[in-house]
Design a protein. Structure first.
Length: 251
């Protein structure tokens, strides 16, 4: 993924979380748990897919600041609270000011971006956290998730983490086969379909399961799991992504 594309993903993700998760925070608990991650991984692997990546993300609104210096000071405070080394004090992405920090534990990576959105003479700020790594690093990923969750709560924030599980089939599956894999995952998670989207290469189904309590609302329906397949003809594989409450990664 190019740097520009990655920047776009971060910004779009922050906007998605700002739109969807306040309702979730109001209605139920703190979001994904290690047990839910394990259930999602098992559901994907039970269909014959190889799990390639696990991703946790959250976006937390913070206080407005009056200057870029204040934005840097705020980023420095969060860098210390989260014990994450600074990568870039401040960079400009279009109209946004962005402070970046990150660290690695094996192949598990923990990053945060403090995004300053100009609003008159001040900056509205959002802290966007991302924890991701390989299937083999699941224990380290869960530990990083718990550490981040605790730090955010100590600071008075209520994090709502999303989770994405990425997997891959070593073949190009036709539409019916892709739907079969998606519904096998949904069956494993005891989830009922809410809505779907399909084009030439992507099939996506949104659903609701009572296995966990958090959810968002779409078209007046509860939703807390999304499964998508993507036909990757270039590499002759089919990719599958499972997310809760929605997929917040490219698929």
């Amino acid at each position: 993924m190019s740097k520009r594309t990655m920047q776009t993903v971060w910004v779009v993700f922050a906007l998605l979380l700002a739109y969807f998760l306040p309702a979730a925070a109001k209605e139920q608990g703190s979001g994904v748990t290690a047990a839910e991650t394990a259930a999602m991984v098992q559901a994907v692997e039970s269909t014959g897919a190889q799990v390639t990546e696990i991703i946790y993300r959250t976006s937390v609104p913070l206080e407005a600041v009056n200057s870029t210096k204040d934005l840097i000071d705020l980023g420095d405070r969060w860098s210390k609270m989260l014990s994450v080394p600074v990568l870039h004090k401040l960079t400009r992405e279009n109209e946004l000011q962005v402070y970046e920090a990150g660290k690695k534990t094996g192949s598990a990576e923990f990053q945060f971006r403090l995004i300053g959105v100009p609003n008159g003479e001040e900056y509205v700020t959002h802290l966007v956290l991302s924890i991701h790594g390989e299937r083999s690093q699941l224990q380290d990923l869960v530990q990083l998730l718990q550490t981040a969750d605790q730090a955010l709560r100590r600071a008075g924030a209520i994090p709502q983490f999303s989770t994405c599980i990425r997997g891959m089939y070593s073949d190009t599956l036709i539409d019916d086969q892709q739907e079969g894999k998606i519904f096998a995952v949904l069956t494993s998670l005891q989830a009922n379909e809410i809505e779907r989207l399909q084009d030439e290469t992507v099939t996506s189904v949104s659903a609701y399961t009572e296995l966990w309590g958090h959810f968002i609302t779409t078209n007046h329906e509860k939703m807390n799991v999304q499964v998508a397949t993507h036909l990757d003809k270039k590499n002759n594989v089919t990719r599958i992504t499972v997310g809760t409450p929605i997929i917040t990664a490219e698929y």
